[in-house]
Design a protein around this ligand. Structure first.
Ligand code: HEC
Ligand code: HEC
Length: 317
């Protein structure tokens, strides 16, 4: 079977680097813990009880609608290339919505599609599906919201609709979002998180969190710094991040961290600087009061002697 990453990395060098690191990562992880389930069972879906299967790509219709669905898939897989004018970092949707948005337990698009329109406390209004996607462009992609009705949003919506074929509208579809994660026994901790990061994450995402690139393409996405998601993104809540990491990371080793390790490493990741929140209110304190009044956001907290988010107004918004 072709590795899912292979389809995204036309360059042989990129693929070799990627698969090589994956093998190293898998070997060390599996050698360390004999209590893990068989490799074949470890993917994010395992913890969700999801039964729905989106249709295979071979069933994309060969007509005008099919072309739009394919464009949506392409945008998911390489967002900077196919929707570059709305992107301000080096991430693609697929980095957080794995397997081109198909994977249960990785906020799959099919489960999302049947859940909108919905009220969101984040912007205090009922959001259409298109508006929900706009949010991921603005925050997770650190970019600009594509206009409603633009080809970019029509393509992503067409792809999501097609993936959800046969699924009834249902607020509780199994596999939506990320699986629940037990609360940590101890409060999440930077030093313990750093140790988990160095042992289990740095091999791919690098010690500096900056990710790896080959021929200008992202092979392993950046977790913090100016090329990652911004302070307004969902992943900037270390609760969301802990749930994502528990089910999806290290890549290919879902559920191999303890809940405590997932919380600690999520805290460590979200305790680093990243692009400013585009809803910037003129100061860190005012922005924190307006948008980060949550114990799961470290925006405005002092870590290692620095106030997180104290980097001035947003750029390129
Ligand atoms: C074997 C390589 C590998 C290891 C080890 C690994 N990751 Fe990842 N990670 C990836 C890849 C590849 C993606 C993108 C997934 C995709 O595009 O399908 C990713 C995506 C992510 C993302 C979402 C995208 C982003 O940049 O924010 C986060 C967060 C993340 N990883 C955190 C972690 C953490 C924390 C660890 C350690 C517990 C870890 N990863 C270990 C390969 C790895
Ligand atoms: C840095 C990681 C990241 C990137 C990149 C990203 N997203 Fe998201 N996305 C999230 C998180 C986190 C959530 C919230 C999941 C939750 O609340 O369970 C989310 C939620 C969503 C939802 C709603 C899911 C639901 O069930 O309600 C949609 C739709 C979505 N993203 C689409 C996209 C698209 C399209 C792109 C690319 C243009 C994208 N995302 C890029 C992290 C990301």
């Amino acid at each position: 079977m072709t590795h899912p990453l292979a389809t995204r990395f036309p360059s042989r060098a990129a693929l070799a680097l990627c698969l090589g690191l994956l093998a190293v990562g898998l070997e060390t992880a599996f050698a360390a813990d004999a209590t893990l389930p068989p490799k074949s069972e470890i993917n994010p879906a395992a913890g969700t009880g999801a039964t729905f299967q989106p249709p295979p790509e071979s069933e994309i219709p060969k007509n005008e609608f099919g072309k739009m669905i394919k464009l949506g898939r392409d945008i998911m897989l390489d967002t900077p290339q196919y929707a570059g004018k709305y992107v301000g970092n080096t991430l693609s949707c697929v980095n957080c919505h794995t397997d081109a948005g198909r994977m249960a337990g990785s906020a799959p698009l099919w489960a999302a599609y049947v859940n909108y329109p919905a009220y969101r406390s984040k912007n205090k209004k009922v959001n259409t599906f298109e508006e929900r996607i706009q949010g991921c462009f603005r925050f997770s992609q650190n970019g600009k919201a594509p206009p409603l009705g633009s080809k970019t949003l029509v393509a992503l919506q067409s792809y999501s609709y097609w993936l959800a074929k046969g699924l009834p509208t249902d607020e509780k579809v199994a596999g939506r979002g990320y699986p629940d994660l037990a609360a940590p026994a101890l409060p999440p901790d930077y030093a313990r998180g750093k140790a988990v990061y160095e042992a289990r994450c740095a091999v791919c995402h690098t010690a500096s969190g900056a990710g790896r690139y080959v021929d200008g393409k992202t092979v392993f996405p950046p977790l913090w710094g100016d090329k990652s998601f911004n302070w307004g993104a969902g992943m900037g809540s270390y609760k969301n991040a802990a749930k994502f990491i528990d089910a999806n990371m290290p890549y290919g080793q879902s559920y191999s961290l303890t809940p405590q390790q997932a919380w600690d490493v999520a805290y460590f990741m979200d305790a680093h600087e990243r692009p400013q929140d585009p809803r910037w209110k003129g100061s860190v304190a005012a922005t924190r009061a307006a948008f980060h009044d949550s114990k799961f956001s470290l925006y405005g907290e002092t870590i290692n002697g620095k106030v997180l988010g104290d980097i001035g107004p947003p750029k390129n918004h």
